[in-house]
Ligand binder design. Structure first.
Ligand SMILES: C[S@@+](CC[C@H](N)C(=O)[O-])C[C@H]1O[C@@H](n2cnc3c(N)ncnc32)[C@H](O)[C@@H]1O
Length: 295
């Protein structure tokens, strides 16, 4: 065989093998969760009447059935890549009189619509869970609880862990707060304009802010779902040293909430409405206008 044909065939073979390996990475076999772990996952999720739960890789449906049994109102669904397991799960739903609020789809977990579920269960091989992480963060609504057992989600640290035995962990999908945020607050007859720049990795956020030519740093930032809070202590021109405690809800490109301000220039602590909007550009980076003395 000519050497260029052998090389081409070799290349084709390695491409085919690479394709097979990738397909396998998106698959893990059916092994049912231990009953104890199912119950602990359901308990940690703290299910409510209006929850819609999904199990990615639902197997025989045991997690969805346990969730439905724990609350007579919630709705649930599952997806599995194995058609026979999906058929069996839908039959079980009928037998248990749950078909009006529980159903199962023959679907790849990577194609599941995560936008309408409030709780995502999954018990899949670790690499598959890790590969689903970006999809969950991009598509699930802020506040969605993600619950699993045994393996974690790498550098996305859980918000809650039940560590009695096999770890059972829960993550709260954080709102997206990365970017430039602007707001203003009244101080007497003046308005102070704040230009903040926020960085984010999972539920961890950091921020810096500029007011006029003064700059400060957010402290104690907490992001849980759409709820954000942080403190800021800095000197403002004309207002003196001001402590702020911000609390708000992130709704897309707007944060609405309140800020507790103490003590100067007001004699006592005041609470003001706080509305921040996300913008493409930021005054944070504008030239400060500081006069550098000439030599
Ligand atoms: C370890 S079992 C867990 C079953 C069930 N969630 C439980 O905890 O008992 C993993 C399940 O995920 C399914 N699965 C594997 N890869 C999948 C994928 N890419 N999309 C949907 N289901 C998948 C398998 O068919 C199997 O039923």
């Amino acid at each position: 065989m000519p050497s260029f044909v052998a090389a081409a065939l070799g290349g084709l073979l390695s491409l085919t093998l690479a394709g097979t390996a990738m397909a396998q990475e998106r698959f893990s076999l059916f092994v049912g969760s231990a009953t104890e772990n199912v119950m602990r996952m359901v308990k940690l999720a703290d299910l409510r009447d209006d929850d819609v739960v999904v199990d990615l890789g639902s197997g025989d449906g045991r997690i969805v059935f346990a969730a439905a049994a724990s609350n007579a109102k919630l709705r649930g669904w599952g997806v599995d890549i194995d058609a026979a397991l999906v058929t069996r799960s839908n039959e079980t739903a009928k037998e248990q009189g749950l078909a009006n609020r529980v159903h199962f789809l023959h679907q790849n977990a990577f194609d599941a619509d995560l936008s309408k579920s409030t709780v995502i269960f999954m018990w899949l091989w670790p690499e598959l869970k890790r590969m689903l992480r970006p999809k969950i963060l991009a598509e699930a609504r802020p506040g969605t609880r993600v619950v699993t057992s045994t393996w974690d989600l790498g550098s996305w640290r859980p918000d809650e862990v039940d560590g009695e035995g096999t770890p059972v962990s829960m993550w709260i999908v954080p709102a997206k707060v990365e970017g430039n945020w602007n707001w203003s607050l009244p101080f007497g007859d003046r308005q102070a304009s704040y230009a903040a720049v926020v960085e984010q990795r999972f539920q961890n956020a950091e921020g810096v802010v500029r007011v006029g030519a003064r700059r400060g740093i957010f402290d104690n930032v907490r992001l849980r779902g759409e709820d954000i809070s942080f403190t800021l202590a800095m000197t403002l021109d004309g207002a003196g040293f001001v402590r702020h405690e911000f609390v708000g809800k992130v709704q897309g490109d707007v944060i609405e909430g309140s800020v507790r301000i103490s003590p100067s220039p007001h004699d006592k602590t005041v609470v003001l409405a706080w509305r921040a909007t996300r913008t493409r550009d930021s005054a944070y980076f504008a030239p400060a206008g500081l006069i550098v003395p000439e030599k």
